[in-house]
Design a protein around this ligand. Structure first.
Ligand code: KG4
Ligand code: ZN
Length: 361
């Protein structure tokens, strides 16, 4: 990393965003206008180094393995993002980093890299919330539209949370999962059905050939006023449907047709729950716009159903393209409005690993 390149552009703000909350090392170069113009930032580059190959044999993310891999990947990923953007370190006006929620070791790697760069370049450090960033991806993906105020649903491997968002930095928690996240349920069910890791894409593929009505799986809290979710019972129901109540290993693997039916019925149950809770959140808040972010928002059946719900209710739906749904650093563009609002972090700022469950702060 060398501080080369032309001098800083005085009309524009360029920042490097770093994302290491879980198992993807992300770096992005983002450009925005200086206040008062602001506007929606532009993505000059976005690089993601995936660790999927390292975690696949464990069927899930191993935190220590993730942290060590971030150490290896963070500098090359930043270098690549700078190279692709054609930007030198000397042209950066700020360094942004996701500091919550996530795996503690993973978060510390990103924050340490960000602090070091901010100190060395003498530029501000801006921290951001990974969930708020997932929702900001809706704005980033639709620069010509107003993304806020909205109901925001973050549906990923670690989170299933609903927010009432008055603006990018004003996300009021409405509810969230009390056990597994939706993506986590996809991953666990994929594991049961032998559909690989990460599970979402495998379940989606298998479900295409299956009957979504073949199994009547439970839909938790559907008729409950709370805007909370629960997916662990659904996952157990798939286990029982696969192996019987005693959950003994099957003598023979299930037929492809049965796997497809189980996948389709499971996926439909998750989608029913997500659509129902979004509908409820829109009704309760009176908001007329829905923004969705996170890896599960890449699911084609979910996208189809949530889009038709939006048409039926006459509300506006913002949902990013797939690359901005799964973890990436471009969504760290949320740091630009933060920077403009003067929300700069001290160099002794720490990570906040744990998810503070919405409504239970
Ligand atoms: O947002 P993300 O990349 O990371 C977290 O913040 O957790 O989400 C990853 C999750 C995984 O659980 C993965 O199985 C799920 O998103 N996912 C999907 C699909 N693509 C990724 N779930 C359902 N259908 C998909 N097509
Ligand atoms: Zn995420």
């Amino acid at each position: 990393m060398t501080p080369t390149g032309p001098a800083r552009d005085l009309d524009r703000v360029r920042l490097l965003a770093i994302e290491t909350t879980c198992d993807e090392t992300g770096a992005a170069i983002l450009e925005g206008c200086r206040p008062p113009r602001l506007g929606v930032p532009t993505i000059l580059s976005s690089v993601v180094a995936s660790q999927v190959d390292l975690h696949v044999r464990f069927g899930g993310v191993v935190p220590e393995v993730a942290a060590r891999e971030h150490v290896r990947q963070v500098i090359p990923t930043i270098d690549e993002a700078l190279r692709q953007a054609g930007v030198g370190l000397a042209q950066l006006d700020a360094i942004a980093v996701a500091t919550r929620p996530g795996l503690v070791g993973a978060l510390i790697v990103g924050l340490t890299a960000a602090k070091s760069l901010a100190l060395a370049l003498d530029v501000p450090l801006v921290t951001f919330d990974h969930l708020e960033a997932h929702l900001y991806a809706c704005q980033l993906a639709h620069p010509d539209r107003e993304a806020y105020p909205c109901v925001g649903l973050v549906v990923s491997g670690g989170h299933t949370s609903l927010f009432a968002c008055r603006g990018p930095l004003e996300a009021e928690p409405l509810g969230g999962t009390i056990d597994d996240a939706a993506g986590e349920a996809f991953d666990k069910v994929a594991n049961l059905l032998g559909l690989g890791y990460p599970g979402g894409p495998g379940v989606e593929r298998a479900a295409r050939g299956g009957n979504p009505k073949a199994f009547a799986f439970p839909r938790a809290f559907l008729r409950d006023d709370r805007l909370d979710f629960s997916f662990s019972g659904l996952k157990t129901a798939v286990l029982y449907a696969l192996k019987g109540q005693a959950a003994r290993p099957e003598p023979l693997p299930p037929s492809p047709g049965r796997v497809a039916d189980l996948a389709a019925s499971f996926q439909e149950a998750v989608v029913d729950i997500l659509v129902a809770k979004c509908t409820q959140a829109l009704r309760v808040t009176g908001l007329r716009r829905l923004g969705v972010g996170g890896g599960v928002a890449a699911n084609a059946r979910f996208r189809e159903r949530i889009a038709s719900m939006a048409v039926d209710l006459g509300i506006e739906l913002l949902i990013p393209p797939l690359a901005l749904c799964t973890d990436n650093a471009a969504m760290g563009a949320i740091a630009l409005p933060k920077l403009a609002a003067g929300q700069v972090a001290d160099l002794d700022v720490d990570v906040q690993a744990g998810l503070v469950r919405p409504g239970r702060r």
